[in-house]
Design a protein around this ligand. Structure first.
Ligand SMILES: [Fe+2]
Ligand SMILES: [Fe+2]
Length: 158
């Protein structure tokens, strides 16, 4: 039975988040396979580790949705982008992580505004994880000599 006290917009954030987390799983899993095919074993391991973390995020969302009495409903799985090199893959990751950060930030702020503390804390915990991912991708890119230009939207977070 669906919990009537949950704001429909909060349910919308959960659904969009699940779509993005599944998309991240597909993207990192694809990148692990590509990196392995290119002989980049360390990179493949890092992408595999990232895949597991994104799966755990999807699991947290599914448990929360079930706890709220709604069926998990990810609906828009993005195609994983293909690339010709590691830097190109990491730039795709930076873009996806920035998008997820923006979503969790918006969801956290919305839940705080409507005094839904429990869901605000839930989204904020995921936000902190994704900020960490985004920072790791930036550091990885920097180690490859790429200084990625932070967009105006992202600048608020880093
Ligand atoms: Fe995630
Ligand atoms: Fe992530």
């Amino acid at each position: 039975m669906r919990n009537a006290s949950i704001h429909p917009r909060t349910l919308g954030y959960l659904g969009r988040a699940l779509s993005l987390e599944y998309s991240a799983v597909q993207q990192y899993m694809t990148q692990a396979a590509l990196a392995e095919a290119w002989g980049l074993r360390d990179a493949a391991d890092r992408f595999r580790h990232e895949t597991v973390e994104e799966m755990q995020h999807a699991e947290r969302l599914i448990k929360r949705m079930l706890g709220l009495g709604v069926a998990p409903n990810a609906s828009q799985l993005r195609p994983a982008g293909l690339a010709y090199g590691l830097v190109e893959l990491l730039l795709q990751d930076a873009a996806l992580e920035a998008e997820i950060v923006a979503l969790y930030d918006e969801a956290t702020n919305f839940c705080r505004r409507i005094a839904d503390t429990e869901n605000a804390e839930f989204f904020n915990a995921l936000l902190q994880d994704e900020l960490q991912h985004a920072a790791e991708i930036e550091t990885w890119l920097e180690s490859l000599g790429v200084a990625r230009r932070t967009t105006e939207d992202e600048r608020a977070y880093f």
